[in-house]
Ligand binder design. Sequence first.
Ligand SMILES: Nc1ncnc2c1ncn2[C@@H]1O[C@H](COP(=O)(O)OP(=O)(O)OP(=O)(O)O)[C@@H](O)[C@H]1O
Length: 836
Amino acid sequence: MAKSTKRKRKKTTTATARKRRTAIISFLKNERVRFIFGILVAFLGIFTLLAIISFFFTGAADQSKVLNKSFWELTQDKQLEVDNWTSTGGAFLAETLVNKWFGIFSILIPFFVIYLGLRLMKVSDFSFIKVLLITAFGLVCGSITSAFIFGRLFPKSHINWGGAHGSQIERLLESSIGVPGMILLVLLFILIIVIVFRQSSMHKIQETLINSKPTFNGNKESQPPIELEFDEKEEPEEKKKPGIWRKLFSFKKTDKPETETEPEVLLQNREQTPLPVTQNTVPPIRKKEPANNVFEVFVPKDEIQVAENKPEEKASPLAESDTNEETDPDVEILEDYDPKKDLSSFAFPTMDLLKVYNTGNRQVDMQEQNENKDKIIRTLRNYGIEITSIKATVGPTITLYEIVPQAGVRISRIRNLEDDIALSLSALGIRIIAPMPGKGTIGIEVPNKEPQIVSMQSVIASVKFQECTYDLPVALGKTITNEVFIFDLAKMPHLLVAGATGQGKSVGLNAIITSLLYKKHPSEMKMVLIDPKMVEFNIYSTIEKHYLAKLPDEEKAIITDVTKVTQTLNSLTKEMDDRYELLMRAHVRAIKEYNEKFIKRKLNPKNGHRYLPYIVVVIDEFGDLIMTAGKEIEMPIARIAQKARAVGMHMVIATQRPTTNIITGTIKANFPARMAFRVTSQIDSRTILDATGANQLIGRGDMLFSQGSNLIRIQCAFVDTPEIEDISQYIGKQRGYESAFALPEVVSADSEDKPGAVDLNERDTLFDEAARLIVIHQQGSTSLIQRKFSIGYNRAGRLMDQLETAGIVGPAQGSKPRDVYISDEYSLEKLLDSLR
Ligand SMILES: Nc1ncnc2c1ncn2[C@@H]1O[C@H](COP(=O)(O)OP(=O)(O)OP(=O)(O)O)[C@@H](O)[C@H]1O
């Protein structure tokens, strides 16, 4: 009986001990405890550092008072006054560390302690082992070195330069290897330190040794070309790397550089990272990003947010064909072709053209957040659902509450409570995401009482946008975590925008266009703007000669007429086919490689090759077009959407009628990226996104972005008409091309093969000259005429038509030059005479 009671008691004691142990462990593991402990340790480090620094100045006065006394005696002695800034405790500590331990290099100890503190606070992620080894090496070698050098130079100082450790070992070493040996040893220490801190110095040493190697045959040229390799590979890497101290004490890296980096540092970064070619003239960043409003209202559990920096995806390089029949050996010796040369002085719009909305320093309404939190918890509790944690992330217009329900709660139960939560919070636009993809929580999005405007200025000026190297970068707005949301239109590759009227579509389209205007040089991108509403895109007419593309002989570059839309889309289809042919002849698969080859002058313009700018087609209200022109519009849109990605043509189409007769299966299948503003019904939301959610948005630029499976809620950046006007004026005032980018003429079925339509009695004044040029060069190329006479594409095209009618050249052959029917100048002069 007694035995069993004893056993029982023992069991309970072990259980209690185990419980206590787990409680202690979980207490120590608690993030807040670690953080506070970290601060304590870091402060201890700073105190020690102060004590040591002060010791260097005040140590002589304090030495007699501190020497041979224990810490206890010192602190008890009320009469004792020391000069050290950190009083008796500091004086004792410094005396011990410097004079009794490792000399002046003891200063590494407080740095190590500060690092430990920061590590506990999860602020520094530098390797512990590395820091420990560096500190230990520094202490041992540093103390020996300083004992050897400073001990000789200043023997009478109050500082024991190498400490007891350094002095003793130095004495021992000196007696065994002598002074020359000691000098060599010190040099060795210095060398090791330099190599540890700067890897490039190792290469420099290698380089120096190789270069100074005696050349027995006296032929320097036979040396291996190591120098070039270092110059190319090592230097930039070294530049990019932050110094060891910065790494040691810097904040941990996150994927939100724009929120944490000071402008100065950012500008430095801009210099260091290879920027896209357009960057050199991109206006400077003037504004620091506002800090993220991510607040944990109440988090009982440890939360670690791991931010991964994904490397940029790169297109797989294609094998260059060895035998390239397009290569012209004559032009290969020329310097690279510069597409921007014609408008080399072009200046990108400046940041002050965009309006700054005074919303950056908004304080989070903690009362609102707490009320919402309590209401959510209460509502769930009313339905018998308990949660273990709730966290709030305050976005510009929405707050995301992430909850973790207790084990055993069915997710579908919470999902079904959407309306009840909305009722209890008396708010519209509540969306429940159950579960949050990849997070293990359930998200409840609640609109803020006072929504913020995300200004276009704040997203364009963000480092993320300024430094992004996308082909067609678009800064769309800010996510729920206040991060700037950027995507590459070239990768989408086409975008469908939908939403009920007045919910922010036009602003969204303007945000896309504005982003592109801030990043792409006129030579790199052209836009086709189609606007059946006739009012939306009119403000862009001033940038016609810089950025717009239009049909030859067309007066306006902004297309508003439905018949012209069909022609333009057909012309774009032709441009697409022409581009494909050019790509095929250049043996490349995509526009980027094609342009690279063209820039390197590996493609001969005489063979019809040309630099290909990206073409972005933006259609506002394409629903109107489908209603009036039906298949005539839908088919070319679908064709371009299916194929045009590789040749750099991308479409953005918008509609306020997200119904299945407008967004047809064909359109949907070819527009994988979707932007949905608020719509009125679940069915509309499904039509756009294949999911509900757009019907729960709150409007005014609140939107869902989908690129396949995941939906991202974004507050679209707001850009107002006056801002766009200013930007367009700024660009329009600068020197542009002679005319808008000419899209290829499409010969309609009935006028095909009827060159007789051209009246030879009204020949261009340059007709004779152009005929001679074509015959001399034996090349029926419109661009040749354009170049030689410095005339626009339209006039050159008309001249070519007249030459065709006169029988000098053959019919157009896509992007290939036309055949020349007259072989010599004599025959040509005879023909010209007959025309007079
Ligand atoms: N991102 C935004 N931030 C703040 N307010 C916005 C935003 N987008 C739109 N709004 C507000 O909503 C109004 C309507 O926006 P917009 O003209 O873009 O709507 P729309 O969907 O294009 O309408 P419609 O189809 O009738 O042209 C704007 O005048 C503006 O006041």
